[in-house]
Design a protein around this ligand. Structure first.
Ligand code: PXL
Length: 265
């Protein structure tokens, strides 16, 4: 049967991961299976595989803007996500776009450090992220180390994650999904702060050798489900289910274990 009607268009403003597991590549692979049409504005070219980032080449902010504007002129963008933004001038460019464009769903994945340890956001750009982008986000999706930097609090427990989700909501007026994967335990708790309340999403921890790209994939899936019309809490629940299946059904690729973007949920 031929699908009917319009397909929602989504935009990723993020970096390229030559290893194919994270960044723009993860976003497009996620979106291909979820029934949305993915478009991109590349912020950085990175040379990397899951073990190392060996080079980062930022794209000039005017070229980032030109990509965004070309997509905007061509398509009605239902939802946008940001990933690796790297520098304050790129963040300023994206923040201005958020301010002017009024796209209904704006997901900010505050990417700072790769799982391999490489720095994906210059320390000097954290202020621009907080002051210019977060106030214009609908939802921000930090992991534990990112939430610690955003809130200035050490996070060790589920109660700490709830506290962080509350702080983010009240400080920047956006919803928050604080992902608890870095906190040890056989279950993974993600805390959603929305409308002044917090909710807990729980999944069984998958014993895996590699988690490279899980953050990008979660925020991409969240963006897709928002574009498809799900309310935020439901969209986050479905996005978590997507990442869990992609981890649980991972297949080896050489010595690596990339996410299975075509996993059955
Ligand atoms: O997962 C964060 C991330 C985002 N964007 C790019 C990356 C990574 C992690 O490696 O490479 C381009």
């Amino acid at each position: 049967m031929k699908p009917q009607g319009q397909i929602p268009v989504v935009l990723s403003i993020a970096g390229s991961d030559s290893g194919g597991g994270a960044g723009i590549q993860a976003d497009l692979k996620t979106w291909a299976g979820l029934g949305v049409f993915g478009t991109t504005a590349l912020t950085c070219v990175t040379a990397q595989n899951p073990d190392e980032v060996s080079a980062i080449h930022p794209v000039p902010p005017r070229i980032v803007l030109a990509q965004i504007e070309a997509v905007r002129r061509g398509f009605p963008i239902a939802a946008v996500k940001t990933g690796m933004l790297f520098s304050a001038p790129i963040i300023q460019t994206v923040a201005l776009f958020f301010k002017r464009s009024r796209i209904p769903h704006r997901v900010v994945d505050p990417v700072m450090i790769a799982t391999s340890g490489a720095c994906l956001l210059k320390p000097s750009a954290v202020r621009a992220l907080c002051d210019q982008l977060l106030p214009r986000a609908t939802v921000v999706t930090p992991n534990v180390p990112e939430a610690e930097i955003l809130t200035g609090c050490a996070l060790h427990s589920e109660a700490d994650l709830h506290k962080a989700a509350c702080i983010i909501q009240s400080r920047w007026g956006c919803a928050a999904v604080v992902k608890g994967g870095h906190i040890e335990g056989d279950r993974v708790m993600d805390i959603i702060g929305i409308g002044g309340e917090t909710h807990t999403l729980v999944s069984r921890r998958v014993a895996v050798a590699e988690t490279h790209g899980t953050g990008c994939t979660f925020s991409a899936a969240l963006t897709a489900f928002l574009a498809l019309g799900l309310p935020l809490l439901e969209a986050a629940r479905e996005a978590k289910r997507f990442v869990h299946a992609a981890l649980a059904q991972s297949r080896p690729a050489g010595s690596h274990h990339p996410l299975n973007f075509a996993a059955r949920r």
